[in-house]
Structure formats: structure tokens, C-alpha cells
Write a protein that binds this ligand. Structure first.
Ligand code: ARG
Length: 564
């Protein structure tokens, strides 16, 4: 907030004992209760230094501040309470929002520099899991936030389309598979085969060996293996695309694991040349003792390459291809060690840019306190969750607003919005216990609540029928009832800024809830459309609220219907 900085500056001029500007700024609080002003400066630290009572200090300093800068300055209980000039501040904020519209809070920090975001990255022939949903929605929101700050996001879907599981799958398909079934419900059928393979393999170890053989054939380019692989891949992608369409997410690249098949040899060669590669138990590893990390496995004893090898090749390729300023990996926190190893190995290889790589981890979705496992078939199918949510939204609309024109379209926006918001409202590192009723809740701190507030505000604007520009007449209000709301609106730029610094969309989600609540309180208190002097100013506030709510939702990847 600018006023905080301004106050800190004035304080730094009148405080005699030396105290750094940043320390002063840090001490300034925003009182919860408006009776104690808009900003407050506690004098306890200074009192200790000067061996005087905090109250006396507060009085002394407040006497020296320029009183004409503020509506009121008070010294109470060791605090200096500052009351801002409501009219001046409110006008400035409201005019700024109306002028900038969806650019309010934007900054050109990035100047077009690229940031790659490794996100979503589901595995072929396996269901799109809740974890992949998290990566998708967090990554998508981050891409929008990054863009708001003038960077160019490059969204990369690093599809899991290679690995030993394809050997197992081919084995299972050849033994028990049915072409028709796979075509009808590819992922479900492939998952069934995969689970069946693991069940049977427990008592038939020969199956494991057969799976290994098939994977070897695949790596060697065997025709049959390759064509089955390609088929599984295409069918799976079709399903994933349905989900992306529902979520409104697109990607700039789908270069998955297989894309790097011909790019790993160079990495291994370079590791060998630089003497980083060491034999251990017939496998090749890069030891990382200095970093206190376990060795990074590069090649298995049978010559097969590994997850880390591919990620090394991918990181190098991305640097060449995109010349990124930052390279983000939105991947679950269970892979933290992997990304630490990855960065360390790249650093040892002499790539200073490894410092630009950031793993953006997130917590797990638990079922009854436990992680869900694909191998045992214990997964929740995301598409079902989304469809269920949309159905529920449609039922709500039919009950509450049966005459709405675009019912289906709106239900999609609301149902999907509920699922996305449910994920993004918590700090990304928190684990989330899966609960369908919770995800499909439309009241309380939810996406539909924010969307509903936006629709309500939009409808008031329509009824108000006053064109609002950045010159809107705002002088006829005393801004007492609007004050809380105006202060919330002023906090938006700081909230987006924080979401960028922490790579954390929940900063915006929480902000949107607060703003929606502040607006609904205002709506309950004030007759916005009353034909009094302040009508235009009140509508200008409502207009600002719609702008900021819509932009908050947009940054989360959620649509805001005008009516619902
Ligand atoms: N496909 C992986 C999984 O589902 C995630 C890939 C993450 N990205 C990466 N570059 N390793 O666990």
C-alpha cells in the first residue's frame, strides 16, 4: 500500500533515534478495527531505546507529523493511529481502477522475458489424477499471474509417455486386452489392464520379466511395440484434452518424456567427459556428497535411462529453446528430492542457469488420510468430479434462476469454477483431504460464492444505468460506508504481487473471498440504487468491485458469468 510507504517516510523524518526506514515500515500495522485508524505505528520499540513511556513517545511523534496530510492523528495506548483522508484516497483508488480496468495491479516487471512452466504432465495410460489436477490449475494460474507482470509464460505439458509401465501394459494388453474396449473407454480399460498386471505379477514373477522384455523392445524401436505405444498415447491424449477443454487450459508445448529419447545420449556423454559419472552396482550415477544428497541415478544396470536422465535433457533443451529467465516445475512435493538432485547435477555440469530453476511443490490429495495409488486402482476420476459439479450447478440454476438464458454454459463455468477454487484457496503446500461434498459446496468460501457476488454486482450496475468513466463524479459521498470496501480494493495490487513472489495463487483466492464478503456487507447496509446525490459514486464503487472480482477470478483461471 502506498500510504504505508508515505507514512513510513514522514515518520522517518520525525523520529530522532535512528531507526531504519525499512524497520519503520515493517512496524506499521493495519488495525483490524477501523476505530483505531487505517494505519497504526506502535511506539514500544522506540520507548525501550529512549527509556520513556510508549505513550509519551506516541504523543511526541504524532505532534510532529504534518496533520494536514491526514484526516486525524491520535496517540492512544502507545500507538499512533492514523486516519487517512477518505475522500481523497477513495477518489484516487476508484478512478485508478476504472481507468486501468483489467490492467489494475499489472506491472511490466518481466519486459517480455520468458518463464517456462512445467505443469500438468499426466501419465499416458493412467488416469488424470487429483495430483495432476493440482499441477494443472496451480500452473495455469501462475502462468496468468506471471503474464500480468509482463513475463511471457511458456506452458509445457511434460507428458509421461515413456517408461517401464509401457512394457507392462503391452504385456497385459497382449494377454487379456480387447481392442473394442480400449477404444470405448481407453483410460479406464488401460488402467484395468495395468492393475490386473500388478495383481497377477505378485504370484507370477514371469510376467514382470515379460514386461521388461517388451519395454526393451520398445526402446529398441520394435514395430509392434511402437505402434501399440502410439495407440495408447493417442487414445489417452484424447481423454486428457476433454479435461483441458473443461478446465479451459491450453499449452504451448506437449514435448513429453518420449521427446527426449534421442537427446539423452549427449547428456550421458557430457557427464562422462566431465568425469561426473561413476559406476555403482553396475549402474551409473552422479554422486552428490557435497550437497548432502543421495547419488543421482542416470543409467540402470541394464542400460535403461531414468526419469532424472530425461529431466536433465529436458532442462538443457528448454534453456536452449526458450532462453528462460526462470524455469518452474509445478510438481507434487513428493518429488522434492528429484528436483534438488536435478539442479545439483546441472550445476556440476557447469550450467550456472540451474539457479533459475524452481520447483514449485504442492501437497497431496489424501483419501482417508492416505495417498491414493494408481497401482491398486485407487484413484478418483477427475472427469467424474467435474461432470458431477457441473450437474449440481445446473440443478442450482434451475431452482434459483429458471429463466436464465445460457443455463448450460453458465453451469459449466460455475461447476468447474467450484473445483478450481477449492484447490486454489489453500496455500499450495497444504495437503487436502479429498471430499466431494466439500468440492461441490457453493456457499461459504467458494468459487461460486465469488462468482455469485460478481453477478450480483453486475446486475446492480445494469439497473443503475449510469455510464461510468474515470471522470465519474465522486465528491458527493463522505465514504464512511464505502470505506472498508475501498480499502479492500486498494489491497489488490499487493495481493497479486505476493502471489507472484510466493508462486501462490491462494493469495488471490483469499483476497477474492474477502472482497466478495466486504461487498456483500456493503450491499446489505446501503441502498446503492437510491436516487440520492451519491448514486453515481456508489455505482462507481460497484463497478470497481466488478472489475477487481473479475480480474481475481481470471487470474485463478475461473470464468465470471454476468448472470447465474
Ligand atoms: N509425469 C510425472 C508424474 O506424474 C510428473 C512430471 C513432472 N515434470 C517433470 N519435469 N519431471 O509424476
Amino acid at each position: 500500500m502506498i500510504w504505508k510507504e508515505k507514512l513510513a517516510l514522514s515518520l522517518s523524518k520525525v523520529i530522532e533515534k535512528d531507526m531504519e526506514f525499512s524497520k519503520i515500515e515493517q512496524l506499521i500495522e493495519k488495525p483490524k478495527n477501523d476505530d483505531f485508524g487505517d494505519l497504526a505505528f506502535p511506539c514500544f520499540t522506540l520507548a525501550k531505546k529512549e527509556k520513556k513511556s510508549p505513550h509519551l513517545i506516541a504523543k511526541e511523534i504524532s505532534g510532529k507529523l504534518n496533520s494536514s496530510d491526514y484526516e486525524k492523528i491520535e496517540a492512544v495506548g502507545g500507538y499512533i493511529n492514523i486516519f487517512l483522508k477518505k475522500k481523497t484516497v477513495a477518489k484516487k483508488i476508484i478512478h485508478e481502477i476504472i481507468k486501468k480496468k483489467d490492467k489494475y495491479g499489472s506491472q511490466n516487471k518481466g519486459k517480455g522475458a520468458r518463464i517456462t512452466i512445467d505443469m500438468s504432465s499426466p501419465n499416458i495410460a493412467k488416469p488424470f489424477s487429483m495430483g495432476h489436477l493440482r499441477s494443472t490449475v496451480i500452473g495455469h494460474s501462475l502462468s496468468l499471474i506471471i503474464e500480468k507482470f509482463g513475463f511471457k509464460p511458456v506452458k509445457i505439458n511434460y507428458i509421461g509417455d515413456w517408461g517401464t509401465q509401457f512394457g507392462k501394459l503391452i504385456t497385459a494388453y497382449k494377454l487379456w486386452g480387447n481392442e473394442e474396449k480400449v477404444k470405448r473407454q481407453p483410460i479406464q480399460e488401460l488402467l484395468t489392464l495395468y492393475v490386473q498386471f500388478h495383481e497377477k505379477a505378485e504370484t507370477h514373477p514371469k510376467l514382470v520379466e515379460e514386461g521388461r522384455q517388451w519395454f526393451k523392445k520398445l526402446e529398441e524401436g520394435d514395430k509392434e511395440a511402437l505402434s501399440l505405444w502410439k495407440w495408447f498415447r493417442d487414445e489417452s491424449l484424447k481423454e486428457f484434452f476433454r479435461i483441458y477443454k473443461l478446465l479451459n487450459v491450453s499449452f504451448d508445448s506437449y514435448a513429453g518424456e518420449a521427446f527426449y529419447n534421442d537427446k539423452m545420449d549427449q547428456v550421458v556423454e557430457k557427464l562422462e567427459e566431465t568425469g561426473l559419472l561413476v559406476e555403482s552396482d553396475h549402474a551409473k550415477v552422479v554422486p552428490l556428497p557435497g550437497e548432502d544428497l543421495p547419488p543421482c541415478l542416470i543409467k540402470k544396470s541394464d542400460g535403461a535411462t531414468l526419469y532424472a536422465t530425461r529431466d536433465l535433457a529436458a532442462a538443457i533443451y528448454r534453456k536452449h529453446q526458450y532462453d528462460f529467465k526462470k524455469s518452474l516445475y509445478v510438481v507434487g512435493n513428493e518429488q522434492t528430492l528429484h528436483f534438488k538432485q536435478l539442479k545439483s547435477v546441472l550445476k556440476k555440469m557447469g550450467y550456472a542457469w540451474s539457479d533459475q530453476m524452481d520447483h514449485v511443490p504442492f501437497g497431496m490429495i489424501l483419501k482417508d488420510g492416505k495417498k491414493m495409488s494408481t497401482r491398486k486402482g485407487k484413484v478418483i476420476l477427475l472427469e467424474e468430479v467435474l461432470t458431477e459439479s457441473i450437474k449440481l450447478a445446473l440443478r442450482n440454476i434451475e431452482e434459483k434462476n429458471p429463466n436464465l438464458l445460457e443455463k448450460k454454459e453458465t453451469a459449466k463455468k460455475v461447476g468447474v469454477g467450484a473445483v478450481i477454487f477449492h484447490d486454489l484457496k489453500n496455500f499450495r503446500m497444504n495437503d487436502i483431504e479429498f471430499s466431494l461434498p466439500d468440492m461441490l459446496r457453493f456457499e461459504g468460501e467458494t468459487g461460486p460464492y465469488v462468482q455469485y457476488t460478481y453477478a450480483r454486482a453486475s446486475s446492480i450496475l445494469k439497473k443503475g444505468k449510469i455510464p461510468l468513466s474515470e471522470e465519474a463524479e465522486l465528491s458527493s459521498l463522505d465514504w464512511k460506508c464505502e470505506w472498508k470496501l475501498v480499502k479492500k480494493l486498494a489491497e489488490f495490487p499487493a495481493a497479486v504481487q505476493k502471489s507472484l513472489e510466493l508462486y501462490d495463487p491462494s493469495q488471490i483466492a483469499k483476497y477474492a473471498i474477502d472482497l466478495a464478503q466486504a461487498f456483500n456487507a456493503y450491499y446489505g447496509e446501503v441502498k446503492i440504487l437510491a436516487e440520492t446525490e451519491g448514486k453515481q459514486a456508489r455505482l462507481a464503487v460497484v463497478y470497481s468491485v466488478t472489475i477487481v472480482l473479475q480480474e481475481s477470478l481470471r487470474l485463478l483461471g475461473i470464468e465470471a458469468p454476468e448472470e447465474m
